[in-house]
Write a protein of this length. Structure first.
Length: 304
């Protein structure tokens, strides 16, 4: 298809010479008779108007950013006064910040004379396309929202999920950051952790510490139980209510297993387990209680 300006030029060349000369004379007359002073005035007015809109847009941007900072500071004070959870506080603050900045940008663009309706339509189309392309990311976002609303865990809780255990350091929009006891930082996608089984060890103030003590067959169970109970009573971290117990939990092939069950404060859990294991190992052998270990009897037959 031939462009329009080429068609017009071709048609002009096909006109009679007298007509072409008349059109040329008319064009030259228009150029000569143009009021350049008025043209410059119009250009100056237009430049001043554009400059005024730019200055006004910059002023509104500066005032808007100042107001957004004030609103966010006010939200922080409200969250602190209402004792809102840190994870939810960060999420809501970021959402309000993004929404206000988007509103401010649209206002500035409107002042500059750009059609906001077209921008919104383009933004909606782009959002739909990006959402379809990043469906997994949107699932992580939805999972993050569910975690922040339902609160199966909070920042600072010790949890076990998706085969990982550690302290929750941050709940982000798309993933949860946990720190393992050996200081590894692990990021778990929110879409998977929000639908998984979560063990939250920090919800309850109390926790039962279980220790299995294996003693040899023939050893006095009552003596072993009495010595273990004496160690328990000597440790102030172990609670008297619920009462600790020492019971025979299993009779295995090579040992009699005693289950030691003690209730402690959540923060003392690992310390009590470590200390009790060490004390039991040191005390019971001195009382004639032996710890069995796997043995293999080899019988050699001489057929000669």
């Amino acid at each position: 298809m031939i462009p329009l300006f080429i068609q017009n030029a071709t048609e002009s060349l096909m006109l009679p010479d007298s007509v072409q000369k008349a059109q040329f004379t008319e064009t030259v007359t228009k150029i000569v008779n143009t009021d350049y002073r008025q043209l410059l005035v119009d250009l100056a007015n237009e430049a001043m108007w554009i400059g005024l809109k730019i200055v006004l847009a910059l002023l509104i941007w500066w005032v808007g950013r100042w107001l957004i900072r004030r609103v966010l500071a006010m939200l922080d004070r409200i969250f602190i006064r209402k004792e809102v959870d840190n994870s939810l506080r960060s999420f809501l603050r970021n959402m309000v910040n993004v929404a206000l900045i988007l509103l401010l940008v649209l206002t500035v663009v409107q002042i500059l004379g750009v059609n906001v309706t077209s921008i919104l339509a383009l933004f909606a189309s782009a959002t739909l396309a990006i959402g379809m392309a990043l469906s997994g990311t949107m699932q992580n976002f939805a999972g993050g929202v569910m975690i922040l609303l339902l609160k199966p865990y909070r920042v600072g809780d010790f949890i076990s999920a998706q085969g990982q255990s550690g302290t929750v350091k941050e709940i982000m929009l798309f993933s949860t950051c946990i720190e393992t006891p050996d200081k590894q930082t692990i990021y778990i996608p929110n879409s998977s952790i929000s639908t998984a089984i979560i063990d939250n060890y920090s919800v309850s103030d109390l926790r039962r510490a279980d220790i299995t003590v294996a003693i040899s067959y023939g050893d006095d169970i009552d003596t072993a139980r009495a010595e273990i109970m004496a160690l328990i009573k000597a440790d102030e971290r172990i609670l008297t209510e619920p009462a600790p117990v020492v019971i025979v939990s299993a009779l295995t092939e090579s040992s009699v297993n005693l289950a030691v069950r003690m209730w402690v404060s959540n923060g003392d859990y690992w310390g009590v387990i470590g200390d009790m294991n060490e004390r039991i190992y040191k005390v019971l052998p001195a009382k004639g209680i032996r710890f069995p270990f796997p043995q293999l009897d080899v019988h050699v037959h001489n057929d000669k």
